[in-house]
Design a protein around this ligand. Structure first.
Ligand code: SAH
Length: 194
């Protein structure tokens, strides 16, 4: 991990990135690896509950919802979530999340996209339920290195027995770039997820 080990990106910094439209990580056309491995995620199943941790305004949420799945995301930036609904011309309603003070849930009128505006660490399976599939792109690699175990332990509690978890990481020399995305070596993925 080199120089990245103690680096922290604060919530405030993420909110500022969204305000400044400094969101180079956002992929307008969706991620080619989700297309490539969609069958692995779905595994022949339909009508799944799919979780998008640290979702930003990922267009894949709309894509999976249109395929008949039910999508749940979590994101600290309310601006990101509002941009998501606006950019796809989706109407939504907002309601507080009783279990988490200050949190909101933005739900598409059609009902199959439900986005929580709060920190992922405020969620639990009693609030969001469990999932059949997870699309983790720009999520584990955006988590501060010191919070990785906490993040992964939480994700494991949100998974149904037969769920599939697609994880995208970025391979590079962590001494040359400070992140995010942070460098998460394969050996660490194995030890984190067990
Ligand atoms: N997965 C998205 C966004 C990746 S960038 C995509 O593929 O485009 C990481 C996102 O996580 C940012 O939008 C940031 O605002 C959000 N974020 C950072 N820390 C968070 C936390 N603790 N809880 C929820 N969202 C968080």
């Amino acid at each position: 991990l080199g120089a990245q080990r103690d680096r922290v990106v604060t919530t405030e910094e993420w909110l500022q990135k969204w305000e400044a439209h400094n969101v180079g990580f956002h992929k307008e056309q969706g991620h080619p690896l989700l297309r490539k491995y969609l069958d692995v995620l779905l595994n022949g199943r339909s009508g799944l509950r799919i979780f998008f941790p640290l979702c930003g305004k990922a267009v894949e949420m709309k894509w999976l919802a249109d395929m008949g799945h039910s999508v749940v995301g979590v994101e600290v930036s309310e601006q990101a979530l509002k941009e998501f609904f606006a950019e796809h011309n989706l109407s939504y309603c907002e309601e507080p999340v009783p279990e988490v003070s200050g949190a909101k849930r933005l739900q598409s009128t059609s009902g199959n996209i439900s986005l929580y505006c709060c920190s992922i660490y405020d969620l639990s399976s009693s609030i969001v339920g469990k999932f059949d599939g997870v699309w983790d792109r720009g999520a584990l690699v955006a988590v501060n290195p010191r919070d990785r175990q906490r993040y992964v332990s939480l994700m494991i509690t949100l998974m149904e027995k037969n769920s599939s978890y697609l994880l995208v990481t970025v391979s590079y020399d962590p001494n040359k770039h400070k992140g995010p995305p942070f460098y998460v070596p394969e050996s660490e993925i194995k030890s984190l997820f067990g």
